[in-house]
Design a protein around this ligand. Structure first.
Ligand SMILES: [Cu+2]
Length: 152
């Protein structure tokens, strides 16, 4: 019986190590997202077509082995932000909001005009070339990350 009393704590310790091991992996996944080449399109706060909206583009790189997803984006320069995709509807290019933007493990999402973008709705100021716009992107796993997007 003496041997069992020794074996059990070891087994318990082994189980504890197994239970704890996902924690470092999750911490690595949290830093796996890289945001590259952010920029914002120049836009007047008072749009000529009733549109006081702007667009921000950034390349999202996921160096991790876990998929992640961009779930929201907000900026101090706008009332609110939405994730948009652009798709062809017949001969017309239309934008539509996405609930989230998936980034595959070891994947890359390159936002660009005519494709995915962050829509800034209700601009609070003109976006002029040389200005910078702060945008906070929130990911399902990586959490919130901020970028400084130069206006072009
Ligand atoms: Cu849009």
């Amino acid at each position: 019986m003496r041997t069992i009393s020794v074996v059990l704590p070891l087994a318990a310790l082994a189980a504890l190590v197994v239970l704890l091991s996902p924690a470092p992996a999750a911490a690595q996944a949290a830093s796996a997202i890289r945001l590259e080449n952010p920029w914002a399109r120049r836009a007047p706060a008072q749009g000529g077509h009733g549109g006081a909206n702007g667009a921000v583009y950034v390349t999202i790189r996921n160096d991790g082995v876990e998929p992640d997803a961009l779930v929201s984006a907000v900026s101090d320069a706008a009332a609110r932000g939405e994730l948009h995709e652009t798709a062809k509807d017949g001969d017309v290019m239309k934008m539509r909001p996405l609930p989230k933007l998936d980034v595959a493990a070891r994947g890359l999402v390159e936002m660009k005009p005519g494709g995915h973008h962050i829509m800034l709705l209700g601009l609070k100021r003109d976006l002029k070339p040389g200005d910078r716009v702060t945008v906070t992107l929130t990911f399902e796993k990586a959490g919130p990350m901020s970028i400084e997007a130069p206006v072009r």
